[in-house]
Design a protein around this ligand. Sequence first.
Ligand code: 8YV
Length: 315
Amino acid sequence: MPEIDVLAVAKLPPFLLEPLRERFRVHERVHETDPAAFSALAPRIRGIAASGESKVSADLIARLPALQIVSVMGVGYDGVDVAAAKSHGAVVTHTPDVLNDDVADLAIALMIAVARRIPQADAHLRAGRWPDGPMPLARRMSGERLGLVGIGRIGQAIARRALAFGMPVAYTARNARPELPYTFAPSVRELAARSDFLVVITPGGAATRHLIDAEVLRALGPRGYLVNVARGSVVDEAALIEALQNGTIAGAALDVFDNEPQVPQALRQLDNVVLTPHIGSATRQTRQAMADLARANLEAVLGGRAPLTPVPECR
Ligand code: 8YV
């Protein structure tokens, strides 16, 4: 019988949960479902298994005196109070790199889908409207200007793909990256003003909350598309809905939302948007690789070894 207790704070996929169960006593979301059992269990919990969207608060961490690791299956960890974990002596790990290609693929797919109106074209055909006439003409993506909000590993993977579409690439980030062959814009607003496609691929959390606001959307303008494959919190969703309704921007393609899995009705009713349910990393291959890395981090730390992929603040 495994002796180490791990709290799963999210519904874990079977290809993570099952191998974890072979090594640890895994308690699934007891902190939410059974407070009494959780109180009895809390002193023994040495690891937390979380998803990219999980909330791991300072309060929860404070209740787990033996906690050594918060292992996030995801690259984003904005729901984890990293400072609280660190001061508690626990490391936070995540799963970078293994999902870069999938998220970059989806970003490009969403750009093409919103400009070429692929969901609408599919609906046009299925509804039997083709014999009545062709679709209205759409917009070309190749050769248009890409602006990346964030130029980390996934941002760079999107940029490399965009070059194959003949797109000039600019970006904004806290610091210019002169070693990269892309144009730096000092602010999001300036980037938006020089972009046809503004793609958000920056971490979520307090530092980037509502970075894309009404002013940025005005700068993007009526020929501009917004694509978000990062976190819903980065975009002021109310301002975006207004900009889409008024034609302030041409359209949006969104994989992430403020209050997932709830998506405002006003957004779902619009014709100039493409919406996907947070599927950036959702391929079998990538989710398996993420699960393997999340498990390897737990095994390493709970086995007395160094974590494989700690978040930058814990390195
Ligand atoms: C996941 C993500 O949705 O990696 C991230 O930051 O948002 C995702 O890939 C997910 O949390 C998988 O557990």
